[in-house]
Design a protein around this ligand. Structure first.
Ligand code: NAG
Ligand code: NAG
Ligand code: NAG
Ligand code: NAG
Ligand code: NAG
Ligand code: NAG
Ligand code: NAG
Ligand code: NAG
Ligand code: NAG
Length: 808
């Protein structure tokens, strides 16, 4: 029989089959009995009755065969399922696929029996198998019960009638011709959400690049495809999300959904007519740069006319040209910290409008790109810096998930080496006379810079080595560090400490004037005279922290037993005066209160999330929030708790802060930055209600604001609590309620459930974020209220009061 004739007969057969069966409905089956064998050369596959699908061998990239389920009717096979995908699915020509007489489905190589590879491994012996017309390859036991089916083990494709069950994932293929596991996954999560991530990442928001936004919809949600192309999420009783609308033509058409090599999942259809071709009916995104990790590390993605293209950072080249995924690496070498290679100098190259995964190890506010550029150049740990919204954040390599977004104003600055120009002419007599000194010599300018760098390094080392007795000079002229004042100078500046501003934590604060006339606030620390060393270390570390919402440390004095800190002056004093005040001119309107909450959140987030050194404030309360002339709020006294810590007993190390603001976990001694989040929640409540959390002047049943808050909220009356001061508090009741919900979010008993300050900022700023939806938006106010610790029985305050009143 000629080939042509065969093909003709085949297609005839095939058309007949089609005319009698509607695919996917009345599923017919073939019967594959024990002892059946396939080989790549002769008996290639077992067909489904309609001959549309087949199970068996298909050629793979000219170097062998894979086993799987494929659409058999097209000249270019479309593979729907691949066996043994994760351990080298490709086999050679001399292999048999055998359904053995003892009921195993294996690949058997010519001789060696030991090299049998299981294609499917059900727990019971197989009695017979069947390739169904819907593309499902099924194995039965002797009771005709299904013991294994390809539909339960999806690879990268879903066929109509197949579902992706809770916990299951699809993985893209490595490439169009390589069917092993690629770099993207689509997961049907057990929380009901359908999410896409790159492989080898945790199932968390920073890695997700597609979500159906159906989280918290139960643990039995699955992804389903029907034979009219309808793709939807279903929980067994209701449809939770229509992903495609379906309703596409059914006659003589097949559909499939596939997670493609490029990380996008698409719905395809194809007419069964001989000249039919695959058409994309729907895709998860039109932007090819959406899948995270498409470009590998240190590369970034650019979408150009429908196609995604990868570029390397300046100074970087593709590790494998032609394979983006391998990423990019530097085409120059860098010195580590501490060494200094005189032959190289660095510059910062700029890349605009590209967003990256943010892994900042340090950040600070600055107005100009130039400052950001310089800060990274000066920091040997810094490989790149991002400048956006007046914030500079330093990064280490690798940079990941980069993609161009024209709407994003991020400026990335990348450190690249520039060869130092060789000075022409004379060679250095000391080193030799061969004239090949280019790499060692630099321009005079760079020698000067190097000397300066050496000088600074040497200075730092020298400084570190010096012991206590010469510590008086410590920090004296280090640029960027707080200024050192003599005690004498501060006595003059404060006019012999005559104007007391207040009694802050750790000591009294006095008003003063610096030499240039600007006002300063001078804090005299009590009782830490003898711990000079840690004092200076602390000054050094807190003095280098700059943020608009943190009170700036401008100087210090460490002389004999005097320990003083000099801060920027905050004209409008501390927040408590404003929010507890009953006077009209001292009351803040809603707009200011909202702004203050946001300021505090920003300051705290900076302390918590600056990776260099996480600072837990431990004593957040209105007395420690200061207001400048424009009522910008700044946090005071951060870092001080650590300083005091050094000289106190174990108990007090774990018990600090102020009663009324203390998180419940103080009792269990698990102290994380979430204790600040709790205190922040209390402060927010106080700001909204215009009163102290614990107010002894009030009648017994109104003393605890937190208890009142819980009570009123349960009754749905919590608006009763808001400050009666101002009209715009009443007229903005929705916003005020929202703020109360944020407070409740922060006040949860279980510290793990409290948000990070970063999340709080996002909510306050109205940022859309899937994690926030899960943690916050999905949660109703009452359920949050229920999670606030009970004041009274479990109240930690009285207990702590006794502990705290001792040492302080
Ligand atoms: C398939 O064949 C086996 C025996 O080879 C038989 O037991 C089984 O019932 C058959 N199944 C169908 C659906 O005909
Ligand atoms: C092909 O398979 C059929 C049915 O299993 C069998 O009868 C035939 O002998 C096989 N041919 C070869 C060459 O293995
Ligand atoms: C879970 O979902 C599946 C398919 O969507 C359904 O068949 C099953 O009945 C559901 N189970 C429960 C307990 O609802
Ligand atoms: C499915 O979802 C609906 C709507 O969200 C819900 O009412 C129903 O209880 C859920 N069913 C199951 C079995 O989870
Ligand atoms: C899905 O689509 C159907 C028909 O178009 C509609 O009736 C149904 O409400 C939709 N369901 C959801 C969850 O959007
Ligand atoms: C590194 O790549 C840049 C382009 O990104 C090129 O200008 C430079 O010459 C390369 N340097 C080396 C040492 O290959
Ligand atoms: C609050 O209400 C006032 C009107 O009473 C309105 O002008 C203002 O925009 C609202 N929002 C804020 C944040 O103050
Ligand atoms: C707040 O600060 C501004 C600027 O210094 C000042 O004019 C105003 O009087 C201050 N308000 C109070 C109540 O101290
Ligand atoms: C280690 C240390 O410096 N301990 C000191 C802590 O403070 C007391 C006085 O408050 C000193 O007596 C300790 O020497």
């Amino acid at each position: 029989m000629s080939k042509k004739m065969g093909a003709f007969l085949l297609s005839l057969l095939f058309l007949c089959a089609l005319s009698t069966s509607a695919i996917g409905q009345q599923v017919r089956s073939s019967n594959i009995s024990l002892g059946s064998t396939l080989t790549p050369n002769t008996n290639l596959s077992w067909f489904s009755p309609s001959r549309i699908f087949a199970f068996g061998f298909f050629p793979q990239n000219n170097n062998g065969y894979c086993v799987g389920v494929f659409c058999a009717s097209f000249s270019l096979r479309t593979v729907a399922w691949t066996a043994n995908r994760d351990n080298n699915p490709v086999v050679s020509e001399d292999v048999n696929l055998v359904l053995t007489n003892d009921g195993r489905l294996i690949l058997r190589h010519g001789q060696g029996q030991n090299r049998d590879i299981y294609v499917a491994n059900p727990s019971e012996p197989i009695a017979w198998g069947s390739m169904l017309d819907n593309g499902n390859f099924v194995l039965y036991n002797s009771d005709s019960r299904i013991i294994w089916q390809s539909f339960d083990h999806p690879t990268n494709t879903l066929l109509p009638g197949q579902r992706l069950s809770p916990g299951q994932e699809l993985f893209s293929s490595a490439s169009k011709t390589d069917r092993s596991r690629g770099i993207f996954r689509l997961k049907m999560q057990t929380d009901g959400n359908l999410v896409q991530y790159p492989v080898n990442t945790p199932d968390t928001i920073p890695y997700a690049y597609y979500s159906s936004a159906t989280y918290s919809t139960g643990n039995n949600v699955s992804l389903n495809l029907e034979n009219d192309g309808y793709l939807f999420l279903y929980n067994g009783s209701s449809v939770l999300r229509n992903i495609t609308s379906g309703g596409y033509p059914v006659a003589r058409t097949i559909y499939l959904m596939r997670l493609d090599v490029d990380g996008i999942f698409r719905l395809y259809s194809r007419s069964l007519d001989r000249d039919g071709h695959w058409t994309t009916r729907w895709s998860s995104t039109d932007d090819g740069c959406t899948p995270k990790g498409l470009c590998g590390i240190n590369g970034f993605c650019i979408q150009m006319d429908q196609t995604a293209d990868c570029k390397c950072l300046p100074g970087f080249d593709f590790v494998h040209s032609g394979n983006w995924r391998a990423g990019c690496s530097r085409n120059f070498t860098v010195e580590g910290c501490g060494e200094k290679d005189l032959s190289v100098d660095y510059e910062m190259k700029r890349v605009d409008n590209v967003v990256w995964e943010d892994n900042s190890f340090a950040m600070f506010d600055t107005v100009t790109v130039e400052k950001c550029r310089q800060a990274c150049l000066d920091d040997c740990n810094c490989d790149a810096a991002f400048f956006k919204d007046r914030q500079c954040s330093k990064q280490r390599l690798p940079l990941r998930y980069g993609r161009r977004l024209v709407s994003d104003s991020n400026i990335a600055l990348v450190k690249v080496s520039t060869p130092v120009p060789v000075t022409a002419g004379r060679s250095d007599p000391v080193i030799g006379n061969n004239g090949h000194l280019g790499p060692i010599l630099g321009s005079t300018a760079s020698i000067f810079c190097t000397a300066l760098v050496f000088g600074i390094i040497a200075f730092v080392h020298w400084r570190k080595k010096r012991s206590e007795e010469i510590e008086e000079d410590y920090l004296d002229h280090v640029p960027g560090m707080p200024t050192r004042f003599s005690y004498e100078e501060l006595v003059i500046a404060t006019n012999n400490f005559d104007k007391k501003l207040g009694e802050g934590g750790f000591g009294s604060v006095f008003e003063g004037h610096a030499k240039d006339g600007t006002k300063i606030a001078v804090k005299c620390l009590d009782g830490i005279g003898h711990i000079k060393k840690s004092f200076l270390a602390e000054v050094e570390s807190t003095g280098s922290i700059h943020h608009v919402n943190l009170v700036r440390l401008i100087g210090f004095c460490a002389e004999k037993s005097h320990r003083l800190l000099v801060y920027e002056y905050m004209p409008n004093g501390s927040l408590d005066k404003w929010i507890y005040s009953r006077s009209q001119e001292m009351s803040l309107n809603w707009r200011s209160r909202r702004k203050i909450v946001l300021d505090i959140a920003r300051g705290l987030a900076y302390l918590h999330e600056d990776c260099r050194q996480k600072i837990i404030h431990l004593d957040i309360k209105p007395q420690n929030i200061l207001l400048d002339e424009n009522y910008n709020a700044k946090i005071a006294d951060f870092g001080l708790s650590k300083l005091i810590d050094r000289n106190q007993s174990q108990v007090v190390t774990t018990m600090k802060g102020t009663p009324g603001y203390l998180a419940p976990e103080w009792l269990s001694a698990v102290i994380t930055e979430k204790v600040d989040v709790y205190s922040f929640g209390i402060v927010v409540l106080e700001i909204v209600c215009g009163r102290k959390n614990f107010d002894q002047s009030k009648p017994e049943d109104e003393r605890h604001l937190l208890s009142l808050f819980k009570e009123k909220s349960v009754e749905g009356q919590c608006l009763d609590l808001i400050d009666k001061c101002c009209e715009d508090m009443q007229s903005n009741a929705t916003e005020v309620m929202e703020m109360m919900k944020i407070a409740a979010w922060c006040l949860q008993n279980d510290y793990a459930n409290r948000p990070s300050m970063f999340m709080v900022i996002k909510v306050l700023g109205g940022v859309k974020d899937a994690q926030i939806d899960i943690d916050y938006n999905m949660m109703n106010f009452r359920s949050l209220i229920a999670k606030i610790p009970q004041v009274g029985s479990q109240d930690v305050t009285p207990l702590l009061h006794s502990v705290l009143s001792g040492p302080r």
